[in-house]
Ligand binder design. Structure first.
Ligand code: GRF
Length: 228
């Protein structure tokens, strides 16, 4: 894990394709002072992504990168990621956050940002990777659902887990009601994971991510994303 200079604020590049509520949670945490970071660029593969509009509303740099021009190339995904990488580098992004980013990230980005790309997934991984995780959880009949923040590796939703939060599945839940309950937790654990990174507290060893100082914080009741 690269050492961070204590002086500068952690520079975040966010990739988002849709609604952008997790981007909003990051922006809010920054504005409230609970996350010492700055969003240097928001990139989307969707021109009309509400996430881009959110970025603009907060005076942040937003970039739409059209996947179409790369579509004909032999490895169109890698070609697209080269374009993404150019933008991230241009803005000097140190950590990349996937926030509802509906494209598979290739080795081009993963190699350039090894252990420096995070994703939020609306399930307790390794259960229910991929799409429609909340529906998968309901269909399976689980009693506990939740969300996961993890580092991104080549395997989709497979990277080392940083933090998870659980919610109960309640009798009569629909995909919408369960998703809303999980989303609330997403909005609290994603900024928390990023702040840990900003503080240089995350250490990746194989599949495991240690969070330095967590025991002390738990003891003082400072961190308790699992309750409530
Ligand atoms: C979230 O549920 C996130 O976990 C998943 O996609 C959804 C994005 O929502 N990866 P939003 O765009 O952040 O509102």
């Amino acid at each position: 894990m690269p050492e961070r200079s204590p002086a500068g604020k952690l520079r975040l590049g966010v990739l988002a394709s849709g609604r952008g509520s997790n981007l909003q949670a990051i922006i809010d945490a920054i504005e409230q002072g609970t996350l010492q970071a700055q969003v240097v660029v928001v990139i989307s593969n969707k021109k009309d992504a509400p996430a881009l509009e959110r970025a603009r509303r907060h005076g942040l740099t937003d970039v739409f990168l059209d996947p179409k021009p790369h579509a004909g190339q032999p490895d169109s995904r890698a070609a697209y990621d080269h374009a993404v990488l150019d933008v991230l580098r241009k803005h000097d992004a140190e950590l990349v956050l996937l926030a509802g980013y509906m494209k598979i990230v290739t080795a081009v980005l993963i190699d350039a940002y090894r252990n420096r790309i995070m994703n939020i997934h609306p399930a307790l991984l390794p259960s229910f990777p991929g799409l429609e995780s909340q529906k998968q959880a309901l269909d399976w009949g689980v009693k506990v659902a939740g969300c996961t923040v993890h580092f991104v590796t080549e395997g989709v939703d497979e990277g080392p887990i940083i933090i998870q939060a659980a919610v109960p599945v309640i009798e009569g839940d629909t995909t919408e009601s369960l998703s809303a309950r999980i989303l609330e937790k997403e909005h609290s654990i994603y900024p928390m994971a990023v702040q840990w990174y900003a503080e240089g507290r995350l250490e990746v060893q194989g599949r495991r991510v240690s969070i330095r100082g967590t025991q002390e914080s738990l003891g003082k009741g400072l961190i308790n994303p699992w309750s409530g």
